[in-house]
Each structure stands twice: as C-alpha cells, then as structure tokens.
Design a protein around this ligand. Structure first.
Ligand code: 5AD
Ligand code: SF4
Length: 442
C-alpha cells in the first residue's frame, strides 16, 4: 500500500481534538506521513462540528476548498452524522465521510482508496475506544497534557442541542481501561489529564463502569483511582451538569491535591422560564447552590460557564436574569453563544424570534460584563502565590513562560532558566488582567 502525506484540520470541542489525535496516530501507524503544511499534504481530513450552524459551515466550507485544491479529502465528526448521505450533496466530490463513532475506520478507508465512502457508524463503540487507548499523547505527540475521553455521547436531550443526535447514547468506557490509558500516558511523560464527556459526571450512570459491580458513584471513584497514579500531577474534567455536583464529588475536591479546583459548569440561562423550556432540569436557585458549595470549599474555586443568548421567546427580562445570575455566580470565565436552531431538535420547531442584531447586542453585553468580572476576580489573586504548570513560552512574548494554575487561569512570568515544560512552579501574582495573571517566580 502507498504511503500518503496527510494533515488533519480540527473544528469543534476537545472531544474532536482527541478523536483527531487518535486518527493521526492510527494513520502514522499504518505507514502514512503527517505533514505540517497544507501544500505538502495529499490527503486532508477535516474533523467537523455541528453544534451551531456557523460551526458546521466552517468545516464544510474548508472541505470544499480543499477539494477545489485537488486534495483527497475526508470529512469526519459530528457534521457527517447530521448530514448523512446528503454530505455528498453539500460537498460534491468528497472522497470519504466518517461519523464521530467511526473515526477508527479511516486508516482502512484510506488504505483501500476506493471512494466515495460513507460510514456514519452507530454502535461501533468498543472498537473506537480501543483506538483511543492505544494512541494517547506523549508517544506520538510529545506533550505534558492530554485529553482522555471517558464518556461518549449524551442522554440529556436539552431542547436546543444536536449532540445526542450526532454523538449517540451515553457509553461509559470501563474504568479499568481509563486507568490503564492514563498510566500509559504518564509513562510517556504526561503530567495532566483532562477527562472528557459531554456531561462527564454521568459517567457510569447508563452503563456500569466498574467491573466489580460497585453501585456507588462511578465518577468520584474514578477520580480517586487516578489520584493514586504516581507521576500524574493534575486531573481536570469537562463538562459538568449541576446535578452531578454531589457530596461525593465535593469530597474528592476536598481530599485530592491533584484534582484541580476548576469546574466548567454550563448554565445556558439565568431565567427559570427559559431553563425549563430548554429542559435543563435545574432551577436558577439549584444552579447557584452548586456554585456556592464549590466556593465554600475554596473561595478561589474557578467556575466557568457557557451561555446561550436569544433562545426562542427570550425576553429582555429573561436576559436580565441571565446577567444577574452571572454576576451572582461570579464566573471566572464564560463563553457566550448566539442561539442557532439545529434541524431535528425540539427547539427548532419554535420560531427563532430574537433578531440577529438583538442576539449580537446581548452577546456583547455579557462579554463586557465578563471583562469587568474577570478583572475583579483576578485582582483578588494579586499578592498570592499560585501553583502553575509550565506549558511553554508565552505566545505574545517569548522571553516569558506561560502556564495555568489549578483554576485554569493563564499565568505569565519572566523566564528564569530553571523551569521546564511540565514542571509545577510557584508564581507570585503581581498584576491581573481579565483573562491573564502576571507574576514572578516565588
Ligand atoms: N445554539 C447556540 N449554542 C448552542 N450550544 C449548544 N447548542 C447550541 C445551539 N443550538 C452551546 C451551549 C453548549 C456549547 C458547547 O454550545 O452553550 O454548552
Ligand atoms: Fe461540536 Fe458538539 Fe460535536 Fe463537539 S460534540 S464537535 S461541540 S457538535
């Protein structure tokens, strides 16, 4: 079989980043050669997202351009599953298309070289995850941080969200496999893992995660098991739902030095009326209670969130509820999205009645609020010493290091010489910006 020069472009979330890494490693193992520059690639795989229409258009547009440039082009990921056979109408001459749970089939498809091929892939969970287990970072990619997918799919069924349709039902990987994968990563030099799941605290709920038939909460137990791995310094996970913020989980945060005190807890709205319409299964008060319990553990516990503006029927009063919730929660960072109707979701049947200009205005208001709040939250840390993992030279200024504290806050300091990537160092914070902390080695 011929060796092919290839490149992967990744859109969307961390889940996609991890799947792209697996595909890359599998292609390299099959004898193909990864190249850096697009002009050197014969094959380009585009890993797509479809969570909002714009996200899908970006990936689809990119694939179309690459075909026009004469490449062999494959589309993988969430947009493939949404489009199904129509993918070849949207992208004429596309060579292959592979859904999110069929990524592991790409090396075979490329090896056979008979196009076009469509594999949407419904129930092919175990094979896919073997590929993950065998292809962690550190080996193929010298890195100190790695994503580890622990929970596939999502069973939450929020009214606006297409993810359950494209990523399928929840499937928790066996805990023993996850632990083995993390051990393997640590042997290759990884110091920090981020466990991935659309709603990761539902790990072990739909299917049994622990072989011994243990009936307690599966995710906190997984965290405790990983905490015991020598050489692993930090454990993160994303994303979470307030229902998963149990006493068990809080106890792990309290007991473990390695589990970082940061939680990405998407709220989506601060209005009880909109939360109910979205099918989020919590109220504003319940959400704020979860935040309060995290901060009671540690006032510097970092809580970040996602918000949707312009959901069908969202009034000015609803929007103001979101604003005030964000202030009450004191989010350390937030990501704001303009509502985008996704075909086949429940909310797509409702009129998309908030005008684009108004969605944009609400978006800008929340971003401006977050700038002020981020600055205020970060200023509290001036004068304190934070434990920071060295990630690499600062992109803005090569004479400085950049890293993150446990709260996922970016910290920048002057290079001293002694630090190496992956070290945990103590940095005294000297100045604060809304998104960055400046410091000096303590
Ligand atoms: N429109 C806008 N934003 C959405 N998100 C999910 N679905 C939609 C949609 N239809 C946002 C949510 C989620 C983030 C990943 O994307 O805020 O947390
Ligand atoms: Fe995008 Fe959601 Fe798919 Fe991630 S899981 S790539 S956010 S559609």
């Amino acid at each position: 079989m011929n060796s092919v020069k290839f490149l992967i472009h990744t859109y969307g979330c961390q889940m996609n980043v991890r799947d792209s890494e697996a595909v890359e490693a599998l292609l390299v193992r099959a004898g193909h050669v990864r190249v850096e520059r697009e002009e050197d690639a014969e094959l380009v795989v585009v890993n797509s997202c479809t969570v909002r229409q714009k996200a899908e258009e970006k990936a689809v547009g990119k694939a179309g351009n690459l075909i026009a440039a004469g490449k062999i082009v494959g589309l993988m990921g969430c947009a493939v599953k949404r489009l199904g056979p129509d993918v070849f109408k949207r992208i004429p001459k596309l060579h292959f298309a592979v859904g999110p749970r069929a990524f592991w089939m790409i090396p075979r498809i490329v090896g056979e070289g008979r196009y076009p091929v469509l594999e949407t892939g419904d129930d092919m969970v175990p094979q896919g995850m073997d590929a993950h287990a065998e292809t962690g970072r550190g080996g193929t990619f010298a890195a100190v941080q790695s994503y580890v997918t622990v929970l596939l799919g999502c069973d939450n069924r929020c009214s606006y969200c297409i993810v359950p349709d494209v990523r399928g039902h929840e499937y928790s990987r066996p805990a023993e496999d996850v632990v083995a994968e993390v051990r393997c990563l640590v042997e290759r030099g990884v110091k920090e893992v981020c466990l991935l799941g659309q709603s990761v605290l539902r790990y072990g709920v739909r299917n049994q995660a622990w072989e011994d038939g243990w009936r307690g909460e599966a995710f906190p137990r997984l965290l405790r098991a990983l905490d015991g791995i020598d050489g692993l310094e930090r454990i993160r996970f994303t994303s979470a739902h307030p229902k998963g913020c149990t006493d068990e989980l809080l106890a792990v945060y309290r007991d473990s030095r390695k589990v970082c005190r940061h939680l990405h807890l998407p709220v989506q709205s601060g209005s009880d009326r909109i939360l109910a319409a979205m099918g989020r299964r919590y109220t504003r008060a319940e959400y704020l209670d979860a935040v309060r319990r995290l901060r009671a553990l540690d006032p510097e516990f970092a809580v970040t969130t996602d918000v949707i503006v312009g959901y069908p029927g969202e009034t000015e009063a609803d929007f103001e509820e979101t604003r005030s919730l964000m202030e009450e929660a004191g989010f350390d960072n937030s990501f704001v999205f303009k509502y985008s109707p996704r075909p086949g979701t429940r909310s797509a049947a409702l009129p998309d009645d908030v005008p684009t200009s108004e969605k944009e205005r609400r978006n800008q208001v929340l971003l401006a609020d977050q700038e002020v709040r981020g600055q205020r939250r970060n200023e509290r840390l001036v004068g304190t010493v934070r434990e920071v993992m060295v990630e690499g030279p600062s992109k803005r200024n090569e004479s400085r290091w950049s890293g993150r504290d446990g709260g996922n806050r970016i910290v920048v300091w002057d290079r001293d010489g002694g630090e190496r990537v992956g070290d945990l160092v103590k940095v005294r914070i000297t100045a604060a910006h809304p998104q960055t902390l400046i410091g000096e080695l303590a």
